[in-house]
Design a protein around this ligand. Sequence first.
Ligand code: ATP
Ligand code: MG
Length: 137
Amino acid sequence: LERTFSIIKPDATRRNLTGKIVAKFEDAGLRVVASKRIQMTLAQAQAFYGVHSERPFFGELCEFMISEPVVVQVLEGEGAIAKNREVMGATNPSDAAAGTIRAEFAESVGENSVHGSDAPETAAEEIAFFFSGLELV
Ligand code: ATP
Ligand code: MG
C-alpha cells in the first residue's frame, strides 16, 4: 500500500479540528499509521518549504507554520497520495470542492488546514524528514 505525508496545520490545530480532519482521511479509506504533535522550528519550516523559498508568501508561510504546534502524520492506503490530495481539496478553499477538508475548514489560501505530499518522491522525503525508521511500522 502507498504511503503519504500529511500535516494538520496551525489554523486547524488551534480550532481543535484534528479529529474531524482525521475522520475525513479515514472516510476516504486512508489509515493513520504514524502520528505526532510537534512544534516546528523556523529552520524546519524553511527547509520543509524550501521549494517555495522564492515565492512572495514564503516568510508568511513559515511564520504561520511555527505559530502553533502541528500534527504530522503518515497516511496509508491504495493510491494514498492522490486520494489524500483529493480529500484535501484545492489549495485555495474558495476553489475547493464541496465536502473536502479545505472547503469545510480552511480559512484562506495560506491558512488552509492541511498539507499533503504531491508525488511519491516528495512523500518519501517528507516522511523521512519528520519520522525515524523506528516510528514507522
Ligand atoms: P501543500 O503543499 O501545503 O499541501 P498545496 O500543494 O496545495 O499545499 P502549494 O502550491 O504547494 O499548495 O503551496 C504550499 C502552501 O503555501 C499552501 O498550502 C499554502 O499554505 C501556501 N500558499 C500557497 N499559495 C499561497 C498564496 N498565494 N498566498 C499565501 N500562501 C500561499
Ligand atoms: Mg504543495
